[in-house]
Write a protein that binds this ligand. Structure first.
Ligand SMILES: *Cc1c(COP(=O)(O)O)cnc(C)c1O
Length: 381
């Protein structure tokens, strides 16, 4: 089913336990047993679904159940939620347990998780460039699309063809292209993940991760593992995320259009900051035909600037007013980051921008205005 704002608001109606329109925040970690049905625990007691009785919140709790019901509908496949995006990535690696993982240069945290798994299981980590020659049945291929921090896309259909011909599985980290920008299943993914901290949460106030699979059996196995890995999102975070989902469609669409506007302005006025901005990177500036097809709902709201020097990077992040200097992305507030501050492997002249929900013209004035001031030498230490 295509993404629907109706589902973000009503997908969990069948789980209403009280007459409140806004669902209550349930904080209990434990729940009274039903004394009419007293049975010893079995091996399947750890298996929780949205129809199971509540037992202990590490298995499942009302707020997370509501989340999974809504997410399963809007992400068009059985979906499991986690305490963070990296907990979600870890869960996928544990579940698939591949002998070999093909990984691009991607979000640095995912690279760190793969290294931990490799340390304990011997999983081999290979660069994406080796895919053509070395990919085999049973391998897992991780793609990040659009890529963080550049916000550019790769041709997923082309990758899917190669990966599936080899008998391997294709995981797409779609954090930078949340719904309704696209339905990632349409581009050959076998597993889709998101850092829910970013656009699903959307307010810079919660951590969460999301994994969608094709088969309910895989979702159930993931939930079983999650029970014992202890990576279900906490009650308050789950409530906050559910609340965020209600407005997800309008938030993401506005952030996408704000970003595209801003990138278009910066690119078409580049001569005003020629000795500051070396390059602007964003999917909206990519010319290949697959790009638009792969983001039918709009471009992702993250882009990057490559400046000529580290000093210019520092001046820029110190002097923008609306764009606050902080890591992370996806929130209502626009953020700018000298990427070297959080990613030890990043290009030292790289600025990553996450476009928020402010007025587009104000954002243009802030960012383009600051770049112009640096160009003119108006800003110094
Ligand atoms: C932020 C991010 C993650 C990690 O998510 P957390 O919620 O911070 O654990 C993974 N992948 C991408 C692309 C991200 O941007």
């Amino acid at each position: 089913m295509p993404f629907s704002s109706t589902a973000t608001i009503h997908g969990d109606d069948r789980l209403n336990r009280v007459s409140d329109v806004a669902p209550p925040i349930n904080v209990s970690t434990t729940f009274r047993y039903d004394d009419e049905h007293l049975e010893p625990a079995t091996i399947s007691t750890g298996t929780h679904t949205s129809d199971s009785p509540m037992i202990y919140s590490r298995l499942g709790h009302p707020n997370a159940d509501r989340l999974e019901v809504v997410l399963t509908e809007i992400l068009d496949g059985p979906t499991v939620v986690y305490a963070s995006g990296l907990a979600a990535y870890h869960a996928i690696l544990i579940h698939v347990n591949p002998k070999r993982l093909f990984q691009p240069h991607c979000y640095h945290g995912c690279e760190a998780v793969a290294k931990i798994i490799s340390r304990i299981s011997g999983m081999e980590i290979l660069p994406l460039e080796d895919l053509e020659d070395k990919c085999q049945s049973g391998d897992l291929v991780h793609l990040e699309d659009p890529g963080n921090p550049y916000g550019e896309v790769v041709n997923l259909d082309e990758f899917a063809e190669k990966i599936h011909r080899a008998g391997a599985l294709m995981l797409v980290d779609s954090t930078l292209a949340p719904p309704p920008l696209r339905n990632t299943w349409e581009f050959g993914a076998d597993i889709v993940m998101h850092s829910g901290t970013k656009y699903f949460g959307g307010h810079s106030d919660l951590l969460s991760g999301i994994v969608s699979v094709r088969d309910e059996k895989d979702a159930q196995q993931l939930r079983n593992d999650r029970t014992y890995l202890g990576t279900i999102p906490a009650s308050l975070e789950s409530y906050l995320l559910l609340r965020s989902l209600r407005t997800m469609e309008i938030r993401v669409l506005k952030q996408s259009s704000n970003c595209t506007c801003l990138v278009e302005y910066l690119a078409s006025h580049k001569d005003r900051y020629n000795s500051v901005v070396k390059d602007i990177r964003h999917a909206s500036l990519q010319k290949e035909e697959f790009v638009k097809k792969q983001l039918p709902g709009g471009y992702g709201p993250v882009f990057s600037l490559l400046l000529f020097s580290q000093e210019q990077c520092k001046l820029l992040v110190k002097n923008t007013v609306l764009f606050q200097h902080a890591t992370s992305l996806g929130g209502a507030e626009s953020l700018i980051e000298w990427r070297a501050m959080s990613d030890p492997f990043a290009n030292r002249n790289l600025i990553r921008v996450s476009v928020g929900l402010e007025n587009a013209e104000d954002l243009i004035e802030d960012l383009a205005g600051t770049l112009e001031k640096i160009e003119k030498g108006d800003l110094t230490w």
